[in-house]
Write a protein that binds this ligand. Sequence first.
Ligand SMILES: [Zn+2]
Length: 296
Amino acid sequence: MNEIKDIIKSLNGFYKGYKNSRGLIGAVASVAWIPKKDTSFELITYRFEEKWGTMRLIDDESVKKIDRLYPTTFDNYDYENKHNRIVPNSPCPILYGIRGDDPNDLIKSSSLIKSENVDSWIIFQTNQGTDDHLQNRNIKQVKPFESVIIKGKIIDKPHTIKGGHVFFTISNEFKEKIDCAAYEPTKQFRNIIRELLIGDIVEVYGGVRKKPLTINIEKIFIKKLVDDFIKLENPICPNCKKHMKSRGKNQGYKCLKCKTKKLYADRKKKVRKINYGFYEVPVCARRHLSKPLKRF
Ligand SMILES: [Zn+2]
């Protein structure tokens, strides 16, 4: 934090931090960012100074309208969770920010937003929505506070803990493992995670929490789904035509009369409720740098 404040002062910049002020770190980093191949834009509008810190007046319906009208914009509105994502939470001077791939569409969108009067606006080139923060990693290499993409096989069934957070563990061919989490704020995304089964192969995208070392999932790519079976009844002995008895968990079945053995009960394949491909957290839970599926 001191390093960041020294940098701002050395450039005669001025600043104001909110809460723990850590937003300044991200703000300075974003100013220092050098554009790469994939970039996006954000049109930011500013409020008149006398309005700073007061409630922002922005019409949600007009935000939904631009969201539908301009597909090159993204992360505007979360319909399922009724969350207007273009408006910041802090009492900062920004009125709203519209993110998108086409600067001209951003200007047209902004003209359709019904809101209090705008003092000024500017378009920034950014790495928002580009996955610029993510690095491919092996489980062993993962360090706290990194943002990573990791492939692995699910080795325990996702379970929900108090507070609504959903956890599971993935492992690789070297038996290295790491915990993954879909926290409560990821809302409906947790229903996807709860459908995963032991043996499924996934690629998780997310930030690394330090203690305990856990991947906070932003996006998941389901690569392989195992067959899921539902047990119908104990198998029938082909000789005696009677139901066989279970020999214990995962140990198969045996006929009490003629000792014939069978590995599996009569079972039926269950339809999996999830499919191959990408699933992402809802707009309301999306990190700024996380690439929305609509940009893929
Ligand atoms: Zn038998």
